[in-house]
Design a protein around this ligand. Structure first.
Ligand SMILES: [Zn+2]
Length: 75
């Protein structure tokens, strides 16, 4: 199973770099963004995966468990 994970992780990073959801390949630019802090926004994909959009770097990354928890407390 380790080999499988090693193949999947870089592929997910490539999709995120292309601004696509690694789960369902939907364009993240089209998803609703929610203010999170001064520089970052929470993006929730239609497949319910949660991402963080960094406005200063203009890029997406997966939300950490802690960020998802913090966001759900506020909502
Ligand atoms: Zn998705």
């Amino acid at each position: 199973m380790k080999t499988f994970k090693n193949l999947i992780a870089p592929f997910q990073r490539v999709l995120l770099a292309k601004r696509l959801c690694p789960g369902c390949t939907a364009p993240l630019d089209k998803m609703q963004k929610h203010a999170f802090n001064g520089t970052e926004e929470i993006v929730i994909c239609s497949c319910r995966r949660m991402f963080v959009y960094d406005r200063t770097a203009d890029c997406y990354r997966r939300a950490t468990f802690r960020e998802a928890e913090e966001f759900s407390k506020r909502a």
